[in-house]
Design a protein around this ligand. Structure first.
Ligand SMILES: [Zn+2]
Length: 587
């Protein structure tokens, strides 16, 4: 990826920032023993179990399991992307994020586009005040008054082909930039005029779309009168990617950083009409179905996402598509619901007719799981055995896509009930549908393997608590031929610390972000023993575990020797065997 941030910079950054300060700026922390605590911002709780550990530069919630580094916190709580989170931390420390030259050029180009679109937004707002009487009439008719129009910076693109060009595209370079930002369209060769450009938005109410950092990245436009198309959006540009942005999310977060729920509606006017009625937590995907990327963005900000759809056939189809992309993202406190509007209404008209209380009430809200089961049931004839088997065939692949956890378990029980089969039986059927299922059916792991897995896990978690421990292992070669899963990773970890002795836990975690080890590391980082208040002798525990690990190696070499025909044993091998069997404590 162009402009990738060097890992060494991230190490350095995480050595300078203090996660306690970073978190405290958003979620006030209280000192508790050697750590800091607060009520968890990621789940609802009465007593604080959200713990920030300064030594490790790591946070962990013992309630919901949320955890990570200062970077993760800004991503999860602040809704920032990885790069943006790093930029933000670097800004705090007065550091410049190093990038290669091509990235610098690109960043400059993007900055120019952001600036240009900001000017365009101002231009359209001014047009609304000066020339937008019919637009203002339209808004008034919809009950939109000045304050909300201001919050959402509604503007007006007047009729005519050159209004924006005349205002912001005086030079050729400026016109080219307007084109790049998607604000003007190139004239067809041989068509009207001289092959220059003309304004994309004409005689439309325009809605600036801001990204999460508040930068204008594009516009949506609604035709006044019968202009076609009714809705028009900016095209994809270097800074505007439809599938990643949510209209209204920036404004919603200005009202509440972590809204208790987010409504997903279809249009800009739905978002604004709801805001006019005090429902400021609505967002819209710009003219497309919600993508996984958008969904992930919403769940980072709020645990509850409510999709609003028309109650008709088309609305139910759209809801089913939303359900399919949502399945893998549920769990860990994340919930999804559907709010089906009565025939002929959209959220805009509904809230105007019935008011915000009725809109926000749970009257029309269908929980995700009900919608799933009802839709599946409607497909089959449940009165016959064949129909119930069909139902199972339909249902299980969907359940298999869900993360493990309470909701899946409850659904499984309900599906079993509907299909009239035992819960134990359905569990087995589900196992077969899960990714990697054949492997899971192999004979159960030996107890020994389980213990070894724990041993390696312990070692890793001790090292995460106190990276200096790894320095005491002078030579990783003696570990290299231990035939246990995870040893390779352990060696990689020790090698990293050897080359970077001052590294802290958070920086170690960041080294494996987005890798297959990320999940396991985040489970091992909040080692409860190490987080405990009582002194815990890590050094002793660590050495003890290392001894056990090496004993594994010894046992393995003995096993190898015993497989050799006794008559072919060398003198050294015989001596080794004698020593092993006479040792008092064969681990
Ligand atoms: Zn929590």
């Amino acid at each position: 990826m162009a402009g990738k941030i060097p890992q060494s910079f991230i190490d350095d950054l995480l050595a300078r920032v203090d996660i306690v300060e970073v978190v405290d700026a958003h979620v006030p922390l209280r000192k508790a023993g050697k750590n800091h605590k607060a009520r968890c911002p990621f789940h609802e709780e009465k007593t604080p179990s959200f713990t920030v550990v300064r030594d490790k530069q790591f946070y962990h919630c013992f309630g919901c399991g949320a955890n990570g580094t200062a970077i993760s916190f800004l991503m999860e709580y602040g809704g920032l992307g990885f790069i943006d989170a790093i930029e933000e931390l670097a800004g705090r420390c007065g550091l410049e994020v190093p990038r290669d030259a091509s990235y610098q050029a690109q960043a400059k180009q993007y900055d120019e586009l952001y600036e240009l679109l900001e000017s365009a937004a101002k231009f359209y707002q001014r047009q609304l005040r000066e020339r937008g009487n019919n637009a203002i009439d339209y808004l008034k008719e919809r009950g939109i008054i000045g304050e909300v129009a201001g919050d959402y910076e509604i503007g007006y693109a007047p009729p005519g082909w050159n209004n924006l060009i005349n205002a912001l595209g005086r030079s050729e370079a400026e016109q080219a930039r307007l084109f790049e930002a998607g604000m003007v369209i190139r004239r067809e060769e041989g068509g009207r005029n001289d092959g220059g450009y003309y304004d994309r938005f004409r005689d439309r109410i325009v809605f600036p779309i801001r990204d999460q950092r508040g930068r204008v990245i594009g516009f949506g436009g609604r035709a006044l009168g019968d202009g076609a198309p009714k809705y028009l959006n900016s095209p994809e540009t270097p800074i505007y990617h439809k599938g990643r942005e949510l209209y209204g999310l920036y404004q919603a977060r200005n009202k509440a950083k972590q809204p208790e729920r987010l409504y997903v509606v279809e249009g800009y006017m739905d978002v604004i009409a709801l805001a006019q009625h005090g429902v400021t937590n609505a967002v819209a995907a710009s003219g497309t179905a919600v993508t996984e990327n958008q969904l992930e963005k919403m769940f980072r900000v709020s645990p509850r996402v409510i999709f609003c759809f028309d109650g008709d056939e088309a609305g139910r189809k759209a809801a089913w598509r939303a359900l399919e992309i949502t399945l893998p993202h549920l769990g860990e406190g994340r919930q999804a619901h559907f709010n089906f509007m009565p025939e002929g209404d959209d959220p805009d008209s509904f809230v105007r007719k019935h008011g915000p209380e009725k809109f926000q009430s749970n009257e029309n809200v269908v929980p995700f799981s009900d919608f799933l089961l009802d839709s599946l049931k409607a497909k089959v004839e449940l009165s016959t055995r064949e129909g119930r088997a069909n139902f199972l065939d339909f249902a299980l692949p969907y359940l298999a896509k869900m993360p493990e956890g309470g909701l899946r378990q409850l659904l499984l029980r309900d599906v079993a009930g509907i299909a009239e089969i035992e819960t134990g039986g359905i569990d087995k059927l589900l196992q077969n549908k899960l990714p990697g299922a054949p492997a899971r059916q192999r004979k159960p792991r030996l107890l020994m393997q389980k213990q070894n897995r724990k041993l390696i896990g312990d070692l890793i978690s001790y090292i995460l608590s106190k990276p200096e421990l790894a320095a005491s292992i002078e030579d990783t070669a003696e570990l290299s031929d231990i035939p246990l899963a995870g040893v390779d990773f352990l060696i990689e970890l020790i090698t990293l610390i050897h080359s970077n002795p001052a590294i802290n836990c958070a920086a170690i975690l960041e080294h494996w972000r987005d890798s297959r080890y990320e999940q396991r590391l985040s489970e091992l980082a909040p080692d409860p023993d190490a987080l405990a208040e009582e002194a815990f002798d890590l050094d002793v525990q660590f050495l003890d575990a290392m001894e056990k690990l090496k004993a594994n190696k010894a046992r393995h070499s003995i096993e190898k020797i015993t497989q050799v025909n006794p008559s072919e044993l060398t003198g050294a091998q015989k001596a080794r065997l004698r020593q092993w069997y006479s040792a008092p404590n064969k681990k």
